[in-house]
Design a protein around this ligand. Sequence first.
Ligand code: ASP
Length: 439
Amino acid sequence: MKKVVKFGGSSLASARQFKKAGEIIRADKARRYVVPSAPGKRNDKDDKVTDLLYQCYDAAAEGKSYKKILEKIQGRYEEIIQGLDVNLSLDHEFANIEENFLKKAGRDYAASRGEYLNGIIMAAYLGYEFIDAAQVIFFDEDGNFEPESTNQELKERLEHVERAVIPGFYGSKHDGSIKTFSRGGSDVTGSIVAKAIHADMYENWTDVSGFLVADPRIIKNPEVIETITYKELRELAYMGASVLHEDAIFPVRKEGIPINIRNTNRPEDKGTLIVESTVRKPKYTITGIAGKKGFCSINIEKAMMNAEVGFGRKVLEVFENYGISFEHMPSGIDTMTVLVHQSEFEEFEQSVIAGIHRAVEPDFLEMESDLALVAVVGRGMKASRGTAGRIFSALAHARINVKMIDQGSSELNIIIGVKNGDFEAAIKAIYDIFIATEL
Ligand code: ASP
């Protein structure tokens, strides 16, 4: 059994948190490869070390005073080292980092030091080998991740290494310069390592006990999702539910390696298991609810639209010409509605409207702003009757007017458009009918 374990920033923010991570790792021999993030926030008012590193580098690069921030960063690591009682000094590393900042080694280099230093501490604390991610994770000169060469190198390197720490978030280009993934990218590193060693499981340790059925800012203490498929996860993540970096799915998905989201502060919780497919029955008909505000709709009417070949394409081309992606496009016989992000649309509003008039000469065109989309996602919906009925009766009871309905042909999700002002109430009504009443 081989497991890759990734620990997020809040799980490694202090010596106390580090100790919890250490205990988790030691509790299971299969936890052989460890991917740490940089130290995160210890409390609400605290800073993430990654943010401090960006700040420090920007100040140094602009010739402003940066020493205070650098000392603050070093202080964070010293505190961890002392609390763990490991025999380690990072003085030399910090001297090096300062020198490279002044040589303008780049913002990516700066940010990556958060994970790099945490990796060194973690390796010393556990007695594991330290492998610098710059030696095993590669990017091309345009900064795109190189999966093949990375996989090959990691495989060869780890084949004979029983236990290792590989810092998350970064790698290197061929010229040796450091490149990071986008923010939260240590999740991606964990996934890449899991793929390379054919791990049985990729454990992603964070500060929540898994994916929640709904946003805890809207639903008090929502249920945790026990098992979710990659497809369901993608739907929910797209609609704003975030625990895992989106790109972390791809390397392990093809290999059939499950991801287990776990809580460092509550290791006894099983967390959420993310799998390619499963015969496990979901606990509830729906797996999760997520949503986003800030959409607007452009409703177009034209008599005999249905007979006009190319009508839809011409309309969508206008949006494309202004670089606006559309979210949904429900249609009637003589009507068509295009739903877009309000923030993307506003700037080009009048040009798009003029473009549509020119392209298809509609009889009537109307816009509506401040709409929200709610996605009800669940593999269990396919096999059960009446899901849509329950959703809409719940919304009707909550006196919510439904503006749009879209059910994908996969029957994996139902998307509902409501006014922004009804967003929270809609989620609550759906949660109540499917989860709260079944508890
Ligand atoms: N430390 C990086 C960030 O704050 C990467 C990570 O934590 O995954 O985005």
